[in-house]
Design a binder for this molecule. Structure first.
Ligand code: HEC
Ligand code: HEC
Length: 199
């Protein structure tokens, strides 16, 4: 019986070592994105095997939370506090607005929502003789203030802003953001740069 147990244990150790070796093998392609994606593709699809523990979302209260550096310039900031009791967000019921609307934010110690959330970047559609047309020239950046009301394309905050959980995943994140200005790590400049890259 003892022997059987020892054999089983050694088999487990060998399997463990060889699976660790497999992970190491991946890293030798560090500079070759194609090979890396090919190697990790399967692992990425096997979602449940890569998170080995229960995901516990942050329970830090809003006023105790510390903002997290942006993932890249003008990325939607991550939610650093608990969102308990705030989901599901609907057009009519949205607790996030209680603290993040610009006129409430200061008193709550919260960052006001970006001005981009109060701007409609979609061109006007006009109907003439049953034909619908976009009322904008090609490549023209259209924007209209939504008059202090949240643009309804942005009402569903957690479509873009997500709470954080402490967890470990097998796949290392090797993405390194580059910020043109260190200020952009904690604030956005999208409103001023919205037409960047558009001719
Ligand atoms: C009771 C007030 C309150 C409520 C409700 C609330 N927040 Fe916050 N939120 C805060 C405070 C305070 C902070 C920390 C200061 C800061 O970074 O804005 C914060 C931080 C954030 C940040 C980080 C901002 C940054 O620049 O890093 C995001 C994003 C955010 N909240 C989104 C949300 C979303 C989405 C909801 C709804 C699900 C929500 N908050 C509900 C008060 C609140
Ligand atoms: C379609 C995606 C999207 C939705 C929906 C959205 N946001 Fe954002 N949010 C962003 C992005 C991207 C940024 C950073 C760039 C910018 O200024 O727009 C941002 C920035 C912010 C900021 C930080 C502002 C700053 O000055 O740095 C806050 C706070 C915020 N959003 C709150 C909210 C709340 C609350 C809602 C829901 C009512 C919401 N957002 C809905 C994408 C979104």
């Amino acid at each position: 019986m003892k022997r059987y147990l020892i054999a089983l244990l050694s088999l487990m150790i060998v399997t463990l070592i060889s699976s660790c070796g497999g992970d190491k093998k991946d890293t030798k392609f560090d500079n070759d994105l194609d090979k890396k994606v090919a190697n990790k593709g399967e692992a990425l699809l096997r979602d449940e095997t890569d998170i080995g523990e229960m995901v516990n979302y942050s329970d830090v209260a809003e006023n105790k939370s510390k903002s997290i550096d942006r993932s890249f310039e003008n990325a939607p900031p991550l939610i650093p506090h608990t969102v308990k009791g705030m989901m599901v967000i609907t057009k009519e019921h949205n607790l996030c607005l209680k603290c993040h609307m610009p006129d409430k934010a200061k008193a709550e110690g919260a960052t006001p929502m970006s001005p981009t959330h109060f701007t409609d970047y979609r061109p006007q559609i006009v109907e003439k003789d049953g034909v619908y047309e976009v009322k904008a020239k090609e490549n023209e950046i259209v924007s209209a203030s939504t008059d202090k009301k949240v643009n309804m394309a942005q009402y569903n905050c957690n479509q873009c802003h997500v709470p954080q959980a402490k967890t470990t995943v097998k796949i290392k994140n090797t993405f390194k953001p580059v910020f043109r200005n260190s200020r952009n790590k904690n604030s956005s400049n999208l409103k001023d740069n919205i037409s960047e890259g558009v001719k």
